[in-house]
Design a protein around this ligand. Structure first.
Ligand code: PPE
Length: 317
């Protein structure tokens, strides 16, 4: 199994991978009542480091607050430490980390207060989320026939497990049609985001991205905005229409799993020169420097799994 690791953190302790199981009558399985995060650890000269761990842990706890969990057994700080423990225990350098807080017990009358949350954190080696060629050549996308959630139907700021049924509908349709990713429009018909990524366009040297109202506040999105502004690019948040995608010079998407990937074709229309654009390439390069500890933002954004001075002494994690 590609997602195999040695240990999974379950409710406060590491357990062997095979023991990280839940019962069929776990309410989260029936109702999608869980909140999760996608986090990554990367290799750096000072050993493995988790990218923007504090922000991910904060969003996880905020997602739990949004779905109505009143008290959690662990704080954001405790969960952040547990994330690093999972990377260390599994002896991973580069991995994807998946914490999940889920309704584990009770709540069968559809009331969060009638149940109890449980927490798990797994990690696995996940690369090439959008395929091997994606980084170099970009991917082909379509506009989904499914609309993104209205923010008062499903809470779009929270990474709620059940929200992802909408992503599954769109992505499955997209892949069956022969594309690699789907772009979802918001209930007003403007571009929202992809199934697991935020979206940007470039037109005449200016970078545009939809404002935060209907979308997930992506941590990669905010990192790329900071990097782009630091490079001297103008970045504007504003509504983007479907036809503005077609005539953009470049379109790119970003997320923890996908990182930063160009879209070379949308709805059978070539975007720009039909390959990853120059500004996208520049941002990819800066982003890769940042995650691997070679950028001026790296200090602020990386959390070392092993204290850097200890790593220098032993030369390993
Ligand atoms: N929008 C959606 C809907 C989304 O799921 C993600 C992350 C983003 C934007 C970007 O957010 P951020 O990772 O903070 O930059 N999607 C996660 C789950 C992917 C999956 O297949 O599962 C991820 O990239 O980890």
């Amino acid at each position: 199994m590609a997602m195999k690791s040695q240990f999974v953190w379950m409710n406060g302790a590491l357990v062997p991978f095979e023991q990280a199981t839940v019962h069929f009558l776990t309410p989260a399985l029936h109702y999608g009542l869980g909140v999760f995060e996608g986090i990554r650890s990367y290799a750096t000269d000072h050993g493995p480091a988790v990218f923007r761990l504090k922000e991910h842990a904060k969003r996880l706890v905020e997602s739990a607050h949004i779905v109505g969990f009143r008290s959690l057994p662990y704080s954001a700080e405790h969960l952040a430490d547990a994330v690093k423990e999972v990377v260390r225990a599994n002896e991973f350098t580069e991995c994807y980390i998946r914490p999940l807080i889920f309704l584990a017990d009770g709540g069968w009358n559809l009331n969060v207060d009638g149940g109890k949350p449980a927490v798990g954190i797994a990690a696995w080696e996940w690369t090439n989320y959008l395929g091997k060629e994606a980084l170099e050549h970009g991917v082909r996308a379509n506009i989904a026939s499914f609309t993104r959630h209205h923010p008062n139907v499903m809470m779009t700021k929270a990474k709620i497990s059940g929200n992802y049924v909408n992503s599954f509908l769109a992505k499955t349709e997209s892949v069956r049609l022969g594309f690699e990713e789907a772009i979802l429009l918001d209930p007003e018909g403007y571009v929202a985001e992809c199934t697991g990524e935020n979206l940007f366009i470039v037109k005449n040297g200016v970078i545009y991205t939809p404002d935060l109202a209907p979308i997930l506040e992506g941590i990669t999105r905010s990192s790329l905005v900071a990097i782009a502004r630091d490079c001297g690019f103008e970045v504007q948040e504003r509504p983007i229409s479907r036809d503005q995608l077609y005539t953009a010079d470049e379109v790119f998407v970003c997320g923890t799993a996908a990182e930063c990937i160009g879209l070379r074709e949308i709805d059978f229309r070539t975007i720009g020169n039909g390959s990853t654009g120059t500004i996208t390439r520049k941002l990819q390069k800066e982003f890769h420097a940042a995650i691997h500890g070679r950028h001026k933002f790296s200090n602020e954004w990386l959390d070392y799994v092993v204290e850097p001075s200890a790593y220098r002494r032993t030369g390993s994690a």
